[in-house]
Design a protein around this ligand. Structure first.
Ligand SMILES: C[S@@+](CC[C@H](N)C(=O)[O-])C[C@H]1O[C@@H](n2cnc3c(N)ncnc32)[C@H](O)[C@@H]1O
Length: 245
């Protein structure tokens, strides 16, 4: 079972099951706080806390033009922090988009670090390439691989990565988790963007297969003996885990 996931007005927590919600109720243990309007405002403040430069604005606009989501400033800042904390030299990204998350990852990585980024849409990768250049990164800091994650990841080196960031097809989340565990060095990090699915992950109404997959991912990460997980409430939910050494 997943950990307590949502509050409701009657101050109990419900736990998502594999095919939706179980009705099991979890008693509050006293340390939880109600979600007040101030708390929501604080979350919004935290998510907009970092300022973005022209290159990030440009990449965001290209994403918006294509109707594509990109990581929020708060999620980007968390990724940058994690990459810097891991002293990342090699990062793999699934879902280049127009390069918003890639800029944050590159900012956190070592100056000689290389971001390997995978996306089946070459036009988006072209935008990302331009955005990385505008952000001041030399072309040898990024390796763009066109293709779908599950075709490309098996070709990447075992244990060769400090961080794997997954922001591609949610239906492939579990397979990407398995590939990430193979790609990561001991002590490396895996991060999944968008695990809240805009609130649908903890919504008791019937949900599409994509959301059920995300629930399976949450459970798999939480229960893995190989991982130390944390679910960060930034943006649309950033699920992070360290591969144990
Ligand atoms: C949400 S966008 C990524 C946004 C990007 N990470 C950012 O924040 O700027 C998702 C991207 O995943 C790509 N994608 C879709 N299916 C994929 C797959 N099977 N493997 C890799 N990337 C995929 C899409 O083309 C799209 O560009």
């Amino acid at each position: 079972m997943l950990p307590p996931a949502s509050y409701n007005a009657r101050s109990h927590l419900r736990v998502p099951g594999s095919s939706g919600y179980s009705q099991r109720r979890v008693q509050l243990r006293g340390q939880e706080r109600p979600i007040t309007a101030n708390r929501q405002t604080s979350w919004a403040f935290a998510d907009a806390f970092v300022a973005e430069d022209d290159a990030l604005h440009w990449a965001r606009e290209r994403a918006r033009d294509s109707g594509l989501p990109s990581v929020s400033p708060g999620t980007g800042a968390a990724l940058r922090l994690l990459a810097a904390t891991a002293d990342a030299k090699a990062v793999a990204e699934i879902g280049t988009g127009t390069g918003v998350s890639g800029i944050y990852l590159l900012q956190g990585m070592r100056p000689d670090g290389v971001l390997t980024t995978v996306d089946p849409e070459p036009e988006r990768q072209q935008f990302a390439k331009q955005a990385f250049r505008a952000a001041g990164f030399a072309s040898n800091r990024a390796r763009f691989i066109p293709g779908r994650a599950l075709d490309v990841l098996p070709r990447l080196a075992d244990g060769g990565y400090d961080l794997v960031f997954c922001d591609g097809d949610r239906m492939e989340s579990l397979e990407c988790l398995a590939e990430s565990l193979r790609l990561l060095r001991p002590g490396g990090l895996v991060c999944f963007e968008g695990v809240f699915a805009r609130g649908r992950t903890v919504d008791s109404a019937a949900q599409p297969a994509e959301v059920l997959r995300l629930r399976e991912l949450l459970r798999a990460v939480r229960e893995s003996q190989e991982l130390l997980p944390s679910l960060l409430p930034v943006g649309d939910g950033l699920l992070c885990a360290v591969r144990r050494g």
